[in-house]
Design a binder for this molecule. Structure first.
Ligand SMILES: Cc1ncc(COP(=O)(O)O)c(C=O)c1O
Length: 332
């Protein structure tokens, strides 16, 4: 990837003259089952632009209670788009058609304050990287469309879902009006994201990109990383998933509170609350032992993430060191 970055052909992205950015956008649109795509610095910016494009100030966004858009984007939906948020508590991050119906009952007042946008997340970060079944995606987006809502997919990790389920990303992405994809997570790029959608929508997204200060110049050095990632780092996500599974099973065998059913992609969540440990203490103990885990939105759950810098040897060490650091019964 570093070599691809070094050799990248570049031009002025703002004038749409950067050949690497243009090539990346074309590839990404096809990959995500959409007509057109836009390169952006971050997935947060992609989500925020999408919300603005699909709504007017005062409209309502329907999203899952712990979705990144709801809990990690600094209130951007309100700050940038003027949206109110209808946050729905949903099992594994998956809002049901019935839940959607319950929040889209037609108003009896003349003011039409009703949901305008439905945003889903796949894989769902806060539930531990779980995937949406394709049939549920199809049913929920169809129900949203029937009720006049626009649909956005925060597919920051959509390729993890596609690889885990043996699907084309386009099969999961084509149901939505717009799709975000992050290049800097499992795909391993230094930064960058994609917003894909219909040509007319992406044309309007260009304006928002400038407005957000996200229009770049010789961005081809980043786009080249994205092109490299599409060629080399997609199928290998299966390795990350297999390592996460092996890590989860190893920890589970050692007595760590790990729900094996949760491990569908590249996250392993550990319920340190069940060990009687606080989050900061657990993370500090793990860090001292040389195992880097991170916090989650849930106070009593910490998580390990497998990615292209974590190999089999690191998994072996983590399986050995973490139970000892957290002093579980089996390892004591
Ligand atoms: C589901 C989801 N969406 C969006 C983002 C934002 O990505 P970025 O850091 O590129 O803004 C993240 C980052 O963790 C995420 O997990």
């Amino acid at each position: 990837m570093r070599a691809a970055i070094a050799q990248a052909e570049v031009g002025d992205e703002q004038k749409r003259e950067d050949p690497s950015v243009n090539a990346l956008q074309e590839r990404a649109a096809a990959l995500l089952g959409q007509e057109s795509a836009l390169f952006l610095p971050t997935a947060t910016m992609a989500n925020q632009i999408a919300l603005k494009l699909h709504s007017r100030p005062g409209d309502v966004l329907v999203a899952e209670r712990f979705a990144h858009i709801v809990v990690y984007e600094y209130g951007g939906a309100a700050a940038h788009a003027g949206l109110m948020i209808e946050a729905i508590a949903a099992r594994h991050g998956r809002i049901t058609v019935e839940q959607l119906e319950a929040v889209t009952v037609s108003s009896t007042k003349s003011a039409d304050q009703r949901p305008a946008v439905l945003a889903l997340e796949n894989t769902h970060n806060a539930s531990g990287g779980r995937c949406w079944p394709l049939a549920e995606v199809a049913a929920l987006t169809a129900a949203a469309r029937a009720r006049g809502l626009r649909t956005h997919l925060d597919g920051a990790r959509l390729l993890n879902a596609a690889v885990a389920q043996g699907l084309e990303a386009a099969q999961l992405g084509e149901h939505f009006d717009t799709v975000t994809l992050c290049l800097s997570k499992g795909l391993g790029c230094p930064f960058g994201a994609i917003l894909a959608g219909p040509g007319e929508t992406i044309e309007r997204a260009w304006r928002e990109k400038h407005l957000f200060g996200g229009a770049l110049r010789q961005a081809g050095i980043a786009a080249a990383a994205g092109l490299y990632a599409f060629d080399h780092n997609v199928e290998r996500l299966a390795d990350d998933h297999a390592r996460a599974r092996r890590l989860a099973e190893g920890w589970h065998t050692s007595g760590l509170p790990v729900d094996l059913a949760q491990v569908e992609t590249n996250f392993v969540q550990v319920d340190i609350g069940a060990l009687g440990l606080g989050r900061d203490e657990a993370l500090a103990r793990l860090r001292d032992a040389g195992v880097g885990l991170s916090s989650t939105i849930h106070a009593t759950i910490v998580r390990a993430v497998t990615h292209l810098d974590v190999g089999d040897a690191e998994i072996d060490r983590a399986i050995e060191l973490a139970p000892r650091a957290l002093e579980t019964r089996a390892a004591a």
